[in-house]
Design a protein around this ligand. Sequence first.
Ligand SMILES: [Fe+2]
Length: 436
Amino acid sequence: MSCCHNYYVTAEGGESVFAVDISSISFGHGVLKEAGEHARHLGMSRVALFTDQRLAGLPYVAQVRDALRASGVDVAIYDEVKVEPTDQSFIAAARFAAEGKFDGYVSVGGGSVIDTCKAANLYATWPADFLDYVNAPIGAGKPVPGPLKPHIACPTTCGTGSECTGITIFDLLAMQVKTGIASRRLKPSLALIDPAATYTLPKNVVAASGFDVLSHALESYTARPYTRRAASKSPSLRPMSQGANPWSDLGCVAALKRLGQYLERAVNDASDHEARDEMMYAATLAGIAFGNSGVHVPHGMAYSVAGLVRDFRPEGYPQEEPMVPHGMSVIVNAPSVFRFTASACPERHIHGAACLGAETKGATAADAAEIVSAQLIKMMKATGIPNGVSGVGYGEADVAGLTKGAWAQQRLLTNAPRDISESDLGTLYRGAMRYW
Ligand SMILES: [Fe+2]
């Protein structure tokens, strides 16, 4: 691709091939009613339906359950999924999956539900010590030995894109850190995406999940080009986090334009169904994009922002335990990070900001850092996002701990367009403390 994409010039010994894996997707109003027919087509006769306790009482779960039963599929519901799952909640879900002897899985919920379903399917199908499949260096990073049972994912938030990726994320309680499992085998067989599921979401949930989408798209678009990775010795060793590539660029740009146009509207007016529909589609586009390229530093830093939380309890989320919602924990780092990475590919940072609505006429490479960070800060302020890392409860005394957790996320850090050191990470957290 070096002929027409300057970003993708293959270096000596560098990768010359990029791979595209996507789930099957059905998108649109009323699609959840099709779950039964799809389940039969995938060979399911007895499924575990994963959800959480809040969602279990809402109509989407009933719609999917009824559609499955109407097609003759036996359904057992697991509604114990923990919002922001942990190793322990994954293990409990996997036990349920193993005991039920299911031949298929269905998830109805946000990223936590879909991720938990992926993990339960994995450990029930290919039992192993819990850390075996977890990303190195925290876990052993062993490959998943074979295909999992079919999984139909039905997202009810417009954020994580988990329905389109082979990634599952959780808190490893003993180490107080978020980490995950990444394998193409985890990718759901089918995503059924009904944008109407977002109409009842609280404002803060739409804001956090919307900025998760935004950061997926902007990180993926500005990731290190796939051509700068060493060539994979075999196709099976080519990582999903392969870096920016022409396929992912398409989804990123289309998602960023929608976010620029609709994010503020979707957050600030629950009755604006057009905006919420477009946000759901943006999440899907960004999901298929970053699932094939990988995200980088804002997500890497987010893991410790979420994992070390002390007393932050955002409106619109369960109040029993403190938490920093995933998208919020990502976006509070983003302006600081993109200021740092802009010099590596300024034209991509400027174009990304322009897609989001920034004025970029006459901008030069030297303006990229300021343009992209200013646009993000403007959108954060307009949608009630906390003012940087201090806005979710951290201060200067926390920088060392935050940095230590983020430094463990090498899979993400090495996907950045610039090399980054541990002391750079400390500087980025300091730069992310307050923006206004
Ligand atoms: Fe994310």
